[in-house]
Design a protein around this ligand. Structure first.
Ligand SMILES: *Cc1c(COP(=O)(O)O)cnc(C)c1O
Length: 232
């Protein structure tokens, strides 16, 4: 058994335990494997272990891997690609062409460009707004006050499909603070869901805080290190 398969099974088991503790179904939580900086061969190993959703942060790196894997008929077109990194406006065209989801939309200009540049032959691009829940000034993401207006604007764009929210919490071991931020995001998510029926995704939780995130209602955890090991 490949090491990666063991890691994916271990993470899946952790998700199941956390879901059970939270009295939720593990089926309601999607595992996104964050493959940034990792080689194509690792993605193929993870695919062979049953993993289908992958997250990438850097467009140049992602483009190479995605085009090469799309040309690989064994993988057919079964992989779902999520862009989760910071977005510069000159990169939106490639993102709109290559990805199925974009989780890091944080301003109207980016949403408009993705909407215009999404090829017509493809299904609408699934969108999560990245929210700055820690309210650190240097952090990416829209503030909670701005979420609803931006979401309403995106919901009118025909080549985009509003799916939900994504956040990276404060970089801290303080569980009380994390808990507070996750819980706040969950409240915003519930309100957004009541306004937009297409909203079903709360993307929060990474290798370090997956359990706490699931306990607070996460529907998608983004896991890099716990699957692929440390990044250089
Ligand atoms: C790198 C990254 C992750 C994965 O983090 P790990 O701690 O390695 O699990 C998740 N989300 C985003 C947005 C990232 O950039």
């Amino acid at each position: 058994m490949s090491n990666l398969k063991t890691q994916i099974e271990a993470v899946t088991a952790q998700i199941e335990v956390a879901a059970k503790q939270a009295k939720r179904s593990a089926n309601d939580i999607t595992l996104l494997a964050v493959s940034k900086t990792k080689p194509e061969s690792s993605i193929i190993d993870a695919f062979n272990a049953g993993q289908r959703c992958f997250g990438e942060n850097y467009i140049q790196e992602a483009e190479q891997k995605i085009l090469s894997l799309k040309a690989n008929t064994i993988l057919s077109n079964d992989i779902q690609w999520h862009f989760i990194g910071p977005i510069q406006s000159n990169k939106t065209k490639k993102i709109a062409e290559l990805f199925d989801w974009v989780q890091s939309v944080d301003r109207l200009k980016i949403a408009k460009r993705l909407n215009e540049q999404r090829p017509e032959a493809l299904a609408p691009l699934n969108i999560c707004l990245q929210v700055n829940i820690s309210e650190e000034i240097q952090k990416a993401g829209v503030s909670i006050d701005e979420v609803f207006e931006l979401a309403s604007q995106i919901s009118t764009m025909s080549s985009l499909k509003l799916r939900g929210l994504m956040a990276i919490p404060a970089n801290t071991d303080d569980e009380t603070l994390l808990q507070k931020q996750f819980n706040k995001l969950k409240q915003v998510f519930e309100e957004l869901k009541s306004q937009h029926p297409s909203v079903d995704t709360l993307s929060m939780g990474m290798s370090q805080d997956m359990q706490l995130a699931i306990n607070n209602g996460s529907t998608m955890v983004r896991i890099g290190t716990a699957i692929f090991g440390k990044r250089n």
